[in-house]
Design a protein around this ligand. Structure first.
Ligand SMILES: NC(=O)C1=CN([C@@H]2O[C@H](COP(=O)(O)OP(=O)(O)OC[C@H]3O[C@@H](n4cnc5c(N)ncnc54)[C@H](O)[C@@H]3O)[C@@H](O)[C@H]2O)C=CC1
Ligand SMILES: O=C(O)[C@H]1O[C@H](OP(=O)(O)OP(=O)(O)OC[C@H]2O[C@@H](n3ccc(=O)[nH]c3=O)[C@H](O)[C@@H]2O)[C@H](O)[C@@H](O)[C@@H]1O
Length: 454
């Protein structure tokens, strides 16, 4: 099938590459000339395991190409995926300007039946607005081509995006009931049939329910995390260990083990913005989503939990102290720094007078860029440095802080750490180590919700 992908970010690029991998003819369009130039030079602008290989294979086979040519992109695809960003607006609602710009670009050029797929995460009612934008452009041109807008939200996780796309838990398709909607549904069914393998994973529903499903999924996952973080803070107070509690409740299949890890808060480009957007949608309909408001508030507080523990241990003036920070990306296996808990943590330490030496296996360039945007020109920025080796960061530091659970941090050389740190202090925002083992190593270890064993 001929597919156009509009927006070559995390979702668009993975969608395009994976659809090419199963034999489709894919045209990836972006307005960002820099990204397209990198892709046309054989590079990949983001770090996503396995993606470079899939792109290289399909480029060599002639099944995927990258361009900033909007006319060619609209001409190419019978199916046009909109995978542009939907960042939060000032009031927390999803900013739809890029989605609607993409819709208008299609409407201004289409010359035959098209299926337009909303892949971006968009609030209930957006497909209707996309339809109106397309119809408006067609009316302006005095042309009447058929089209249908399908909602096909994406559930992939960064760091495992290719794997998630190729082996989805489910494919949600929201289609209209009219003739064009049925035609679109048949095309989408054919497009996704290779992913269904042994049983049908595709779920058909109306467009609004599909749009809502995406927000409900992210809101539920964020809720589990904030719930566990709140209990972890209580565990610290009452002298229980949240790791035992996690295992104890996860074994109940009605609860399950996934997404029960307490930590220093959830980040990323999606949970924070999608929780906010759902709260905003609700308030537009006169509803106050009490649970989700609490989920967000708990997460905001949780991003400070490591700073609180440090101040508790070292006192409120951190002038002259140096902290090594391991892990900057919002989660492992990505270079994405959007809403990363490392950002407010490092900013707070710098504000308190400390120096920070930061290390991340892949996010250093992106970290330099975002901290430059956040802090450049300030006195604090002078006290922030980036290291290319984890032990360069810890040499002579007053404490080590762990913010992202990269695999390479799971089994460090504790002897070396202890010898390097000016005092053997580790503050772990991701509960990577066994407290009893740390005690044996002679390291003072503070984690999240592990009060009983400390
Ligand atoms: N990042 C993730 O893990 C997931 C993201 N999503 C959703 O998918 C959407 C995209 O997210 P990301 O891929 O992370 O965003 P991104 O920011 O990585 O990429 C968006 C791309 O769209 C391009 N773009 C903007 N306006 C355009 C236009 N008019 N025409 C062509 N290209 C345009 C930008 O230049 C950029 O390259 C968002 O709605 C997000 O919530 C959904 C599931 C997972
Ligand atoms: O809509 C989206 O963009 C995506 O958002 C999340 O994916 P992602 O943001 O890539 O990463 P997650 O693995 O969900 O982690 C999000 C944050 O939660 C934190 N987290 C996760 C799990 C956990 O148990 N505890 C916890 O603190 C992570 O450290 C990270 O900061 C969802 O998991 C995807 O299904 C969804 O498609």
């Amino acid at each position: 099938m001929k597919i156009t992908i509009i927006g070559t970010g995390y979702v668009g690029l993975v969608t395009g590459a994976c659809l090419a991998e199963i034999g489709n003819d894919v045209f990836c369009f972006d307005v960002d000339e820099r990204k397209i130039a990198i892709l046309n030079d054989g590079g990949v602008p983001i770090h996503e395991p396995g993606l470079a290989e899939v792109i290289a294979r399909n480029r060599a086979a002639g099944r995927i190409r990258f361009s900033t040519d909007v006319d060619a992109s609209v001409m190419h695809g019978d199916v046009q995926f909109i995978a542009v960003g939907t960042p939060p607006d000032e009031d927390g609602s999803a900013d739809l300007q890029y989605v609607l710009a993409a819709a208008r670009a299609i409407g201004a050029r289409m010359n035959g039946f098209k299926v337009i797929v909303d892949k971006s995460t968009v609030p209930v009612g957006t497909a209707k607005r996309v339809s109106e934008a397309l119809a408006g452009e067609l009316a302006r041109r005095n042309e009447a081509h058929g089209f249908s807008v399908v909602s096909n939200p994406e559930f992939l996780k960064e760091g495992a995006a290719v794997e998630d796309f190729m082996r989805p838990d489910r494919i949600v398709l929201g289609c209209d009931d009219d003739e064009n909607g049925q035609r679109a549904r048949a095309m989408m069914k054919q497009l996704y049939s290779p992913f269904n393998r042994n049983h049908e994973r595709t779920m058909y529903m109306d467009v609004r329910s599909a749009e809502f499903t995406k927000y409900a999924a992210n809101a539920m996952l964020a809720t589990r995390i904030s719930f566990m973080n709140e209990l972890a803070n209580l565990a610290d107070e009452v002298g229980a260990d949240i790791e035992y509690v996690r295992r104890g409740i996860g074994s109940d299949p009605r609860i399950g083990y996934s997404f029960l890890y307490a930590g220093c808060g959830y980040g990323g480009s999606c949970f924070p913005k999608d929780v906010q957007a759902l709260i905003r949608t609700a308030s537009e309909h006169g509803h106050d989503l009490k649970v989700l408001n609490a989920v967000e508030a708990v997460n905001e507080r949780q991003k400070n939990v490591l700073v609180d523990k440090i101040l508790n241990e070292l006192g409120s003036d951190l002038t002259g102290k140096t902290f090594a920070v391991w892990g900057l990306a919002f989660k492992p296996n990505t270079d994405d720094m959007r809403e990363a808990p490392s950002r407010p943590l490092i900013a707070a330490l710098l504000r308190k007078g400390a120096s920070v030496r930061a290390y991340d296996p892949v996010a250093l360039d992106e970290a330099k860029r975002v901290f430059g945007l956040d802090l450049s020109g300030t006195a604090e920025f002078e006290r922030l440095s980036f290291q290319h080796d984890p032990y360069e960061a810890t040499e002579g530091a007053d404490a080590l802080l762990i913010v992202t659970e990269w695999k390479e941090f799971k089994s460090p050389d504790f002897g070396r750490l202890k010898a390097q740190l000016s005092a053997p202090l580790v503050f772990d925002g991701r509960n990577l180590y066994e407290p009893s083992e740390m005690r044996k190593q002679g390291i003072k270890y503070t984690a999240i919700g592990r009060g009983r064993v400390l």
